[in-house]
Design a protein around this ligand. Structure first.
Ligand SMILES: Nc1nc2c(ncn2[C@@H]2O[C@H](COP(=O)(O)OP(=O)(O)O)[C@@H](O)[C@H]2O)c(=O)[nH]1
Ligand SMILES: [Mg+2]
Length: 317
């Protein structure tokens, strides 16, 4: 299939560790399947279906997986390893092809490359920006951050800490100022300073959905006054620990604004890691990054092949 992984062995270990809760929980639910009867029956498929739903793969995606599994098995009973391989293969077929470009490299000729980061409060936007800034800096790019989450002083200060850590200058205004004005300042400064990449943080107060979406539109328009083709990416951050809620957030943001990529955080803290499959299958928008831990390098570029293996791989321990 020509899958060329850009994840090092070490990163694959982080990934496997990050998905451990989901994987363990999944296999513990179907452990009983592999003793006794020589052939697979309907009850076995029900058990697998339930285990997938418990892992937050979501109803629609689970049904697809079960259908395909049923076709492939046609009455045969796989051992645990064969089931693992099949699940991983079928999961991969659901994922949009992972771009084969080196992670954290920018496309040629687009400078500054503007990334707008959106999502509800607490999902990990600011942290993800900090980690991305660090990774882009590692590649030698000049990075500029924009603190367009202006509602709380703490939010700006949090980004300021990342700015120092990643050595990426921050454009900010007073708390309470207009987020679109900060976005404008940031992109203008990036043009003037010939920065390579711009990461703009935004607020995500969901209690006023209409306002939030209007505000994101306004930020886009203002950015386009400086650079008509920007933002080049709109990254929607989702918290994997919220399972089906993350799916609902994705639905709302995708309907309201032009999302080009997804980041799913906190996979290390949940048994609901299957939500990555649900989101990728449902919306067909590429998952760009996943968070498998708190450290800088724990924000990984998403590799569908490695992900599917790590999600369904057995626990040998
Ligand atoms: N364990 C873990 N925690 C994360 C990850 N990503 C973000 N967090 C934590 O989630 C919390 C909220 O993150 P923050 O970036 O402030 O969210 P924001 O409100 O969307 O900007 C912080 O405590 C982060 O450390 C991850 O991949 N794994
Ligand atoms: Mg934040």
């Amino acid at each position: 299939m020509g899958w060329l992984s850009f994840l090092t062995r070490e990163k694959k270990e982080d990934l496997s560790k990050g998905l451990e809760k989901t994987r363990r929980s999944f296999w513990s639910r179907i452990a009983g399947l592999f003793s006794g009867k020589p052939r697979l029956d309907a009850a076995d498929l029900d058990a697998i279906e339930e285990a997938l739903i418990s892992a937050d793969v979501g109803m629609d995606t689970t049904v697809k997986l079960i259908d395909r599994l049923e076709q492939r098995l046609s009455g045969e009973k796989p051992d645990a390893q064969a089931l693992q391989v099949m699940l991983a293969e079928e999961a991969m077929r659901l994922l949009p092809e992972t771009p084969q470009q080196q992670p954290f490299t920018l496309p040629d000729g687009i400078r500054p490359y503007v990334i707008l980061v959106v999502g509800v409060n607490g999902v990990g936007k600011t942290t993800t920006i900090g980690k991305l800034a660090y990774q882009y800096r590692q590649q030698g790019y000049q990075v500029l951050l924009g603190a367009a989450d202006t509602f709380r002083a703490a939010a700006i200060d949090q980004l300021a800490v990342w700015s120092q850590r990643a050595e990426a200058p921050l454009i900010r205004r007073e708390p309470g100022s207009d987020p679109a004005a900060v976005a404008f300042d940031t992109v203008s400064a990036a043009v003037a300073r010939k920065a390579d990449v711009v990461l703009i943080d935004t607020a995500g107060r969901l209690h006023n959905k209409v306002n939030l979406m209007n505000e994101l539109s306004k930020i886009r328009r203002v950015i386009q006054k400086v650079l008509p083709e920007a933002p080049h990416e709109v990254l929607l951050v989702l918290d994997a620990t919220t399972g089906q809620n993350a799916l609902e957030q994705a639905r709302q943001f995708i309907a309201a604004t032009q999302v080009t990529g997804l980041a799913l955080t906190k996979l290390d803290g949940t048994a609901k890691g299957g939500v990555v499959l649900a989101v990728a299958d449902r919306f067909g928008i590429p998952v760009r990054y996943i968070g498998v831990g708190e450290k800088m390098e724990h924000l990984q570029p998403f590799d569908g092949h490695a992900f599917a293996q790590a999600l369904f791989g057995q626990n040998e321990e």
